[in-house]
Every structure is written in structure tokens, then in C-alpha cells.
Design a binder for this molecule. Structure first.
Ligand code: PLP
Length: 394
């Protein structure tokens, strides 16, 4: 049975060219970039070349890129780093209700440290309420953090509009761009953000490496203390192969993302149309236009996401229900709840995320196997197909 991987938003397979590029830095070029002999300087040069590639990809300056262990660390670094460096100016942070847990749980921790956090609601499409956000800003607000694109439903947020008001008010603006970097062109100058997080393994790079873009002049407190790596912002011997891999992944994405975007949109829409024709009481979640090309999030009434996932897995199909971090818990997705979807409907959510190796044949196979799974599960469902379902209108 062919495996059909439709969970690219959770992680992507490392691109073969990325692996090829990384390989020598595990073996021949093993020097520590901080040492002075040529073997080490070669490794150092590779790190700096990767920094140039990442910077070019984001239209940033090389000195504005700090390598981290991934998206989670970049988010932590941005939020805690800005919070502690600006404690004297104020203690208020604004974020949204639909952030990744890397941001939400960092905010919760910061609340325990004496910071106040406002969580801005979203509309039914998952778009942050701009007026609420503007009204929430006070003289004590030091940071706004709103994700660029949501990892569960794919909705793209109005980042440059938010940047305009934070700039006016002299407030730092961070965006978690982990899901969008590599899919749609990201230009930090056009966006006007101060800090931006990205992660290699979401764009066909290796796991365990990412970066934080930090606009020139922005100061943060470091989280990790030690040597003078990463311009004193992040101590620790560089993950040279990983960093090289991230640079290569950005270079490949720059070349391929435009055609890939068009291709994925067609496949994604084919998937929804096909499922919608064969399954009744199925709802689409997310913004109808402004969303990522490769994500399809749906709710199917009277069935549980978990049960569908297990049955899909038996057919060789890898998908997700909510985010990877929540699919092991039985709580419905905080993103869908924030979008006003009733908990009993949110329980029946599925996320398909498409990528590089997804074919039309894969999509047609899912359209073929999912409807009978839903039918079978609905017969056994504790919710019962006839159970009252409230007012939800999809
Ligand atoms: C995957 C993801 C992260 C975490 O990145 P890691 O590199 O896995 O730590 C953060 N934010 C979003 C939106 C993500 O999708």
C-alpha cells in the first residue's frame, strides 16, 4: 500500500538536495566554527553563507538573522527576549487566541512572571479582530505577537496593517511565520515587522533548526548564556549541518514556491470538492481566499477526528486533527473554538496539508477512502447522526 502523506504542516521530508548539501558538515568539515584553523573557518564560512541565503530569502540583512533550534525557540526568544529587555517601559503584551502553543504557552509563562497578556479574538474565518487589537494597546504595551499564517486552518493574518499601528505607537511587533515561509514570498521590509520566526523542517529542511529575524536596532535579553555565538544573542556551538540545510531549503523554496503554490491550490480545492460531493454535513474551516495554498481544514459532523485519523492511517493516509501538539489530547482545537465552532463540531475536524510529493492520484485516493470511513463511524457514533447539533451553520 502506498503511503499518502498529507501532514506537511506538521513536518516535511528533508529535500534530497538539502541532505546532500548538509552531508559534508557531518564528516569532512567537522570543525567548530569558533576555532581558528582552516577546517573550522570552512565551517564558519558555511554558516555565514547560509545566513546570507536566509536573509536574501526574507529581504533582510545578514546581521538580522539569528539561528535557533527551531520555531519554538525563535518564538520563545522573541517574546521573552523583548519582554525582559523592555520591563521598565511596560509589562503588557498583545497576542491572538489562535497562536501556536510555542507562543501561547510562552505568554502564559510570562503572565506568571508579572506580565499582562491580552488574547485578541478572531472572526469565523480565523482573522484577528483588528479593531479589538488596536483598542487593546496601552502606554504599557511593549510587544504585539500575531502569527502570519495559522497552522491549523491556514488563514493569513493582516500583518502589514498591524505593523503600521504598532510602528505608530512605538511597540515591537513579532510574527510567527513558521507556516508561511517557503510557501508565499515573505519580505520583512514590506511587512514592517520587527521580529519573525521560521523553522527549517516546515520547508523541506532538517528538524531542530530555525531562525529569528530581528530588525537592526531591536534589543532583546538572551535566553541562553554561554559563549559569544550569534552576536551574543544565542550561545552554543552552531548546528552547522542544520544551518547549512536551512540555507539550502530557503534557496530551493525561492525557486520552486511560485509554481508549487498554484499546483497545491488546485489539488487542495479538488480534495474539498470531492469530499463535499460524497459526504454530507461537512464544513470548510478557514478564510475562503486568504489562506495557505496547501492546507485544507474541514469538520465532519457526528464523527470524531481521532477515529477518522486512525482509520485513514489503516489506508496509508497520514493526516491530522487540529495541530500535532493537540491531537494527542482530547481537547478540541483552541483555534476552531476561537473561530466560534461549537466543541462537538470541532471534535470532528481534519487537517490535510499538501506538499511537494502530493499527486492528483493521492487526492483521489483520499476522496475514495474517507467517505466509507465516515459512514462506518457515523453508524457507531456516540453523538448519533440524529443527535441535536445546535445552530452551527458552517
Ligand atoms: C511547527 C510550528 C512551530 C514550532 O516550530 P518547531 O521548529 O517545530 O519548534 C511554531 N509555530 C508554528 C505556527 C508552527 O507551525
Amino acid at each position: 500500500m502506498k503511503r499518502i502523506y498529507l501532514d506537511y504542516a506538521a513536518t516535511t521530508p528533508t529535500h534530497p538536495e538539502v541532505i546532500k548539501e548538509m552531508f559534508p558538515f557531518f564528516s569532512e568539515v567537522y570543525g567548530n566554527p569558533s576555532s581558528i584553523y582552516q577546517l573550522a573557518q570552512k565551517a564558519k564560512r558555511a554558516v555565514e553563507e547560509a545566513r546570507e541565503k536566509v536573509a536574501r530569502f526574507l529581504n533582510a540583512k545578514t546581521e538580522e538573522i539569528i539561528f535557533t533550534s527551531g520555531g519554538t525557540e525563535a518564538d520563545n526568544m522573541a517574546l521573552k527576549g523583548i519582554a525582559f529587555a523592555n520591563k521598565k517601559r511596560g509589562n503588557h503584551i498583545v497576542t491572538s487566541k489562535i497562536e501556536h502553543h510555542a507562543v501561547l504557552n510562552t505568554c502564559k509563562w510570562l503572565e506568571k512572571q508579572g506580565f499582562k497578556v491580552t488574547y485578541i479574538p478572531v472572526d469565523r474565518y480565523g482573522v484577528v479582530d483588528f479593531d479589538e487589537l488596536r483598542k487593546s494597546l496601552t502606554d504599557k504595551t511593549i510587544l504585539v505577537s500575531v502569527m502570519y499564517a495559522n497552522n491549523e486552518v491556514g488563514t493569513i493574518e493582516p500583518i502589514s496593517e498591524i505593523a503600521r499601528i504598532t510602528k505608530e505607537r512605538g511597540i515591537y511587533f513579532h510574527t510567527d511565520a513558521v507556516q508561511i515561509v517557503g510557501k508565499i514570498p515573505v519580505d520583512v521590509e514590506k511587512l514592517g515587522v520587527d521580529l519573525l520566526s521560521l523553522s527549517a523542517h516546515k520547508l523541506y529542511g532538517p528538524k531542530g533548526v530555525g531562525a529569528l529575524y530581528m530588525r537592526k536596532g531591536v534589543r532583546i535579553s538572551s535566553l541562553i548564556h554561554g559563549g559569544h555565538h550569534e552576536r551574543n544573542k544565542r550561545a552554543g556551538t552552531e548546528n552547522v549541518p542544520g544551518i547549512v540545510g536551512l540555507g539550502k531549503a530557503c534557496e530551493i523554496a525561492a525557486k520552486e514556491m511560485a509554481t508549487e503554490e498554484k499546483r497545491l491550490k488546485i489539488l487542495r480545492d479538488r480534495l474539498y470538492k470531492g469530499l463535499n460531493r460524497r459526504i454530507d454535513e461537512i464544513f470548510f474551516n478557514g478564510h475562503p481566499q486568504n489562506r495557505l495554498p496547501g492546507i485544507l481544514n474541514i469538520c465532519i459532523k457526528y464523527v470524531e477526528g481521532e477515529s477518522m485519523l486512525i482509520n485513514l492511517d489503516l489506508e496509508g493516509v497520514c493526516a491530522s486533527s487540529g495541530s500535532a501538539c493537540t491531537s494527542s489530547s482530547l481537547e478540541p482545537s483552541h483555534v476552531l473554538l476561537a473561530m466560534g465552532i461549537p466543541p462537538e463540531v470541532a471534535h470532528g475536524s481534519l487537517r490535510f496539508s499538501l506538499g511537494r510529493d502530493t499527486t492528483e492520484g493521492d487526492i483521489d485516493r483520499v476522496i475514495e477512502v474517507l467517505p466509507p470511513i465516515v459512514e462506518k463511524l457515523r453508524v457507531m457514533s456516540p453523538f448519533g447522526k440524529k443527535a441535536k447539533s445546535g445552530e452551527y451553520r458552517g
